[in-house]
Design a protein around this ligand. Structure first.
Ligand SMILES: Cc1cc2nc3c(=O)[nH]c(=O)nc-3n(C[C@H](O)[C@H](O)[C@H](O)COP(=O)(O)OP(=O)(O)OC[C@H]3O[C@@H](n4cnc5c(N)ncnc54)[C@H](O)[C@@H]3O)c2cc1C
Length: 401
């Protein structure tokens, strides 16, 4: 098999890359190669409505209608894992024994769930969540479960907590973090989240780790608690699927594939996008790896356009959102430890903006929380402008909350 463009992965970054290519090249052959057996789908609903609405299926989360692929001359090769990238011969070797040749390759293999090294994580009733197959298995297990233990305190953990609460489950969270979202948000926001979920009946065990899970799902923590649960959900982060790229000698940053601002890797015939890409971000003036849906969508589109000759740098301010129980959050900019924080609005009300600046006080990230989701759109737009302008955190005036 030989194609002008091969998009390896088949997540949202690959789908939008195909769209980006077609904006500039209507004829060149395109193949999407993906290991999952389904057509591409969007993952964000999997931790939200999908788990509690039994009628939801693949069609409800599909990235595109099935006709999108034939209508745009895209060959979908599903259920095939690429085992090797050979840059000299410009081929991918698949687990089926087939070889797929490319002129231009997009490396968009995303992430897989990180599984903590704890005895018992492979017991029945313990689940990671990355794919629709995971979500279907969790949904099935939740039909008879009364109690759920969630491991982790990042955005996925809180989304899962909110979903399980809506299903009437008793929810406990264990996490080594001292407050939720600790990788990007301040203790002020952490305190709001703890209080929000305490009111809904959640039990928190923070600042400790899971040490073992015994059969019958008895979880033990380092601080000595034993927590029985019917289902245990692992929300313990992700690992970029970068091995093939590293083995092929592409420049890497850890497990992520390094790109320039055009999403081009160290090989001029290979681009990378989405969760696996470590890109040079013009808007933020740094190189980093974002693991968000819109980032994957936008970088995929830009990489595809550039593969087809657009030659345009990627220049969007990173955008992440999360929905937990009846509340909503948006984040713009660079998540991570920031030196300066300033709250606008009342955190106790749950409707507020928090600004994060670097050591010079320049705005690097803003998050906004609100019970009324549409209120967040104009705030998000304004945050993006302010971050791009590198304003001082102190100089920002009020937001419409
Ligand atoms: C449950 C869940 C909820 C989320 N909610 C949100 C949210 O609310 N907001 C938000 O901004 N983001 C959210 N995200 C993150 C978002 O879904 C990801 O950022 C996005 O899916 C990344 O897209 P991608 O195309 O880079 O990679 P992926 O979607 O991971 O797709 C990559 C694909 O490549 C396949 N693959 C890997 N290696 C190979 C190989 N060797 N051969 C063939 N195929 C291969 C993988 O199996 C996978 O199907 C969520 C993620 C999950 C899992």
């Amino acid at each position: 098999m030989q194609f002008r463009y091969v998009l390896l992965g088949g997540g949202v970054a690959s789908v939008t890359a195909a769209m980006g290519i077609r904006e500039h090249d209507k004829e060149g052959s395109i193949a999407i190669v993906r290991d999952e057996p389904t057509a591409p789908y969007d993952r964000p609903p999997l931790s939200k409505g999908f788990l509690r609405i039994p009628e939801m299926g693949l069609d409800d989360v599909s990235s595109k209608f099935d006709s999108f692929y034939p209508d745009n001359g895209i060959e979908l090769i599903t259920g095939r894992t690429a085992l090797k990238l050979d840059r000299a011969s410009k081929t991918l070797e698949l687990d089926s024994g087939e070889t797929v040749g490319y002129e231009k390759l997009l490396f968009a293999t995303g992430e897989r769930a990180a599984i903590p090294r704890v005895s018992g994580v492979d017991l029945p009733g313990v689940f990671p969540l990355r794919s629709i197959a995971h979500a279907e298995a969790i949904r099935e297990a939740l039909t008879t479960a009364n109690s759920v233990l969630i491991v982790g305190a990042g955005y996925m953990a809180l989304e899962l907590a909110g979903t399980c609460l809506k299903m009437g489950k008793k929810v406990t969270i264990v996490a080594q973090d001292t407050h939720p979202w600790s990788l990007f948000a301040s203790p002020t926001t952490g305190a709001f989240l703890i209080a929000y979920f305490v009111k809904l009946g959640i039990t928190w065990h923070l600042g400790t780790t899971l040490t073992t899970i015994e059969p019958g799902l008895q979880a033990t923590t380092l601080s000595g608690e034993t927590i029985p649960a019917d289902v245990i959900l692992l929300a313990t982060g992700g690992i970029p699927n970068g091995e093939l790229a590293a083995d092929a000698g592409l420049a890497m940053s850890g497990a992520s594939v390094v790109t320039d601002e055009f999403l081009q890797t160290s090989d001029p015939n290979v681009w990378a996008a989405g969760d696996v890409a470590h890109l040079h971000d013009l808007a933020l003036g740094c190189s980093w790896c974002a693991e968000h849906h819109l980032h994957a969508k936008w970088t995929g589109q830009a990489a595809g356009a550039n593969m087809a000759g657009a030659n345009e740098p990627y220049d969007k301010v990173a955008y992440f959102w999360s929905d937990f129980h009846e509340h909503h959050m948006i984040l713009r900019g660079l998540p991570g430890p920031n030196a300066v924080t300033r709250v606008i609005g009342d955190p106790a009300s749950g409707n507020y903006v928090e600004l994060y600046g670097d050591a010079t006080g320049a705005l690097r990230m803003g998050i906004a929380l609100h019970a009324d989701e549409p209120k967040l759109d104009p705030i998000s737009d304004r945050l993006a402008e302010l971050i791009r302008a590198r304003v001082q955190v102190d100089s920002v005036d009020g937001f419409e909350l």
